[in-house]
Design a binder for this molecule. Structure first.
Ligand code: IPM
Ligand code: MN
Length: 357
């Protein structure tokens, strides 16, 4: 019997639906070629839906999504909705509800894509950030007093549990071993200032490291990591860090790998339902123009198939993306693809279907 996967699709806001459409096209082509089937259920969530109905993400929708094998997300964020409402109410809610405690973000410069880093090429820029995804400053601990008065106080605390930190670090060691490149795991922290939180991280890291003698370990403060990511990106293989630092350094990473049009990510619960998304936002000013780069969404789909256990289909997508970036697209990093969103999807699909070998 052919294997069948149920995929929940949340196209979301802005350019999300345009890139998700291309991603689904590619997923379908890869599934057809590799002999499994995908069943997509679309959920109308995001800014437009919220403005029209007042609904953000109802419990019943979460329960329905919980029946699927994976979630494919476009983008969340709407210029007419106050920042935080949709991000916390949809994106973070999904990450927390499904306990997707890993945010996996590969930073890989493909051939044919320009990096702003002088004298660096694809052999220098190929690492992965493992970002803790359910704790830290994102946990929502804190509050405010006397808001709007001169005596106002705002407190926002970083939550770091031994369990949460440990499962993230352990995942990073395992991932690094499986990746089997330089076998080096770097902890990114701030032990010189955040002496409570990163003391916990560092102790857990050093203890768990003893179980992985084959993995070289390293530590750098987050500010230094930013410096090295620009100066010597080739030093990195896998970086593990907390939620906030991971958020920040992966935007830098996205630029280093050629821009938001390329950067894909996965919110992973290794024992549950994971969610795959391009890491860029909803890009309202490009919405509906058919000019946004769908490669990030397509690479997110690739990671989805890898995670679901379809490595052949995933490799087929990556090889096709590699060819299109190398041979067909113009200057992706400068936002000039030379093709429309849909045409880029078609080009990748042609390689998948073998029409263009
Ligand atoms: C990301 C985004 C989100 C985050 C926002 C939209 C809440 O920036 O996925 O990196 O901060 O995690
Ligand atoms: Mn971010």
């Amino acid at each position: 019997m052919t294997k069948k996967y149920q995929i929940s699709v949340i196209p979301g806001d802005g350019t999300g639906p345009e890139v998700v459409k291309e991603g689904i096209k590619i997923l379908q082509a890869a599934a057809d070629t590799c002999g499994f089937s995908l069943n997509f259920t679309h959920y109308d969530l995001g800014g437009e839906h919220y403005l029209a109905t007042g609904e953000i993400l109802p419990e019943s929708t979460l329960e329905s999504i919980a029946q699927s094998d994976a979630i494919y997300l476009g983008a969340i964020g709407h210029p007419k909705v106050k920042p935080g409402i949709l991000e916390k109410g949809i994106l973070l809610r999904l990450r927390f509800y499904f306990d997707q405690y890993i945010n996996l973000r590969p930073i890989k410069l493909y051939e044919g894509v320009d990096t702003p880093l002088k004298d660096k090429g694809p052999s220098d820029i190929d690492f992965v950030v493992v970002r803790e995804n359910t704790e830290g400053l994102y946990a929502g601990a804190g509050g405010c007093l006397k808001q709007g008065t001169p005596d106002e106080v705002a407190v926002q605390e970083s939550i770091n549990t031994r369990k949460g930190v440990e499962r993230c670090i352990r995942y990073a060691f395992e991932y690094c071993r499986k990746r089997d490149r330089r076998k080096k795991l770097t902890l990114c922290g701030k032990t010189n200032v955040l002496t409570f939180a990163f003391d916990l991280w560092e102790r857990a890291f050093n203890e768990i490291a003893k179980e992985y003698p084959d993995i070289e370990t390293d530590y750098a403060h987050v500010d230094a990591i930013c410096m090295w990511m620009v100066k010597n990106p080739e030093w990195f293989d896998v970086i593990v860090t907390d939620n906030m630092f991971g958020d920040i350094i992966t935007d830098l990473g996205a630029m280093v790998q050629g821009g938001m049009g390329i950067a894909a990510g996965a919110n992973i619960n290794p024992e549950g339902i994971s969610m795959f998304e391009p890491i860029g936002g909803s890009a309202p000013k490009y919405t509906g123009k058919n000019i946004i780069n769908p490669v990030a969404a397509i690479s997110a789909a690739q990671i989805m198939l890898e995670t679901l256990g379809e490595p052949k289909a995933a490799a087929l997508i990556e090889n096709s993306v590699v060819r299109v970036l190398r041979d067909d697209l113009e200057d992706v990093a400068a936002g000039r693809m030379g093709f429309t969103t849909q045409q880029v999807g078609d080009l990748i699909m042609d390689y998948i279907k073998g029409n263009n070998q």
